[in-house]
Design a binder for this molecule. Sequence first.
Ligand SMILES: C[S@@+](CC[C@H](N)C(=O)[O-])C[C@H]1O[C@@H](n2cnc3c(N)ncnc32)[C@H](O)[C@@H]1O
Length: 251
Amino acid sequence: MSEPISTKSGIQEFYDDPVVVGSYLALRVREPFNTVLHERQIGFLNRVIGSLQPRRVLEVAVGPGRLSAEVRAASVMVGMDGSPNMLTEARRRTRERGLAWNFVRADGFSLPFATGSFDLIYTLRFIRHFDRGGRETLYRELKRILRPGGHLVLDAQNRLVSLPHRLEQGMQNYKVYDELWLRDELVAELAGAGLVPREVEGIMRRFAWQRRLNRLRYLRLASPARLLIRALEWSPDRNPSTWMVLCQAAG
Ligand SMILES: C[S@@+](CC[C@H](N)C(=O)[O-])C[C@H]1O[C@@H](n2cnc3c(N)ncnc32)[C@H](O)[C@@H]1O
């Protein structure tokens, strides 16, 4: 079995492949399960932006603009990614919607922004693709460019839910390294990096049922599947598959 791609250059190369860029959005939002996951992520981000009212917002690793095209506007919105092909798509999608994003090509490990530049940074499906050493470097960079007391939003996968699912699917289907955490490990890792978790919200809360419902799409029942998967998000979040985390940069 081939090992997942885990080097910085390997990951960057994988995501700049025109085939990956061209299929990314459909993969992330088309199936009912992924549509609801996407909606929940946007909902979390928009609630945070609405309540914190940040002036300067940075999205790290924007990809093709899955999130930038839908989040609430701020006075200054900067998106960065290392992939020229992803950035072309992000520019196209946000321009189409008349949104005033500024995009920059850069390496997430060495961000071209001054210390304390942003009030809010968010980055989904990015940090989790790196090992602990890589993540520590990313946290340092993110914390550096946040103003003291500024906020970071990221996502993380629950090992108790995702690992059994991945083993069942076959690990060979997971091409890129993707970290899984226990909740306490995640909180300790972030707090240790000076990014204190203020809110940890579980989403995709009845994963096993939600994955089963997702199969209804094969029977042309994608709409009812989406409704039911969404309805299950009203249950308590004791053992969700994903966490959305709001952290605050320690002063
Ligand atoms: C899984 S995609 C996530 C895209 C988007 N955040 C989302 O949630 O849909 C990962 C993104 O990270 C970018 N990326 C990978 N390594 C990078 C690096 N070292 N610096 C900047 N961007 C990088 C890729 O180009 C890709 O757009």
